[in-house]
Design a binder for this molecule. Sequence first.
Ligand code: HEC
Length: 101
Amino acid sequence: MRFVFGLLLAAVVICSATAQADVAAGQSTYASRGCIGCHGAGGVSTVATYPTLKGRNGDFIRKTLTEFRSGARKNAVMNAMAAGLSDADIDNLGDYIGNLK
Ligand code: HEC
């Protein structure tokens, strides 16, 4: 019983560590891919033509980036930006942006 509890605890610790890592990875992708240049620090844009991303949930971000990447949603700038993103990049960006407070 104790052993099972220990396993559960370990699983919870590992899962939350992974979630943290994805937020951190998303933040560094957001900076290194230049998203920050248009959508602003912390996802708050200061330019009217670039939407603020803070407040959008992670699922919306993942879905939207996948659509920009495939071309299902068309915007020349974002189609080009999303073209180089891997599935993991998109996951991490969703975790980072979706958790902006
Ligand atoms: C050169 C400026 C620019 C860069 C760099 C850029 N974006 Fe965008 N982004 C835009 C514009 C303009 C739109 C609005 C597109 C539209 O109207 O469909 C947009 C839209 C979006 C949207 C949809 C927002 C909504 O409310 O529907 C998301 C999500 C997004 N960008 C994420 C990103 C991410 C993540 C990166 C980095 C990989 C990035 N953008 C880089 C200009 C940029």
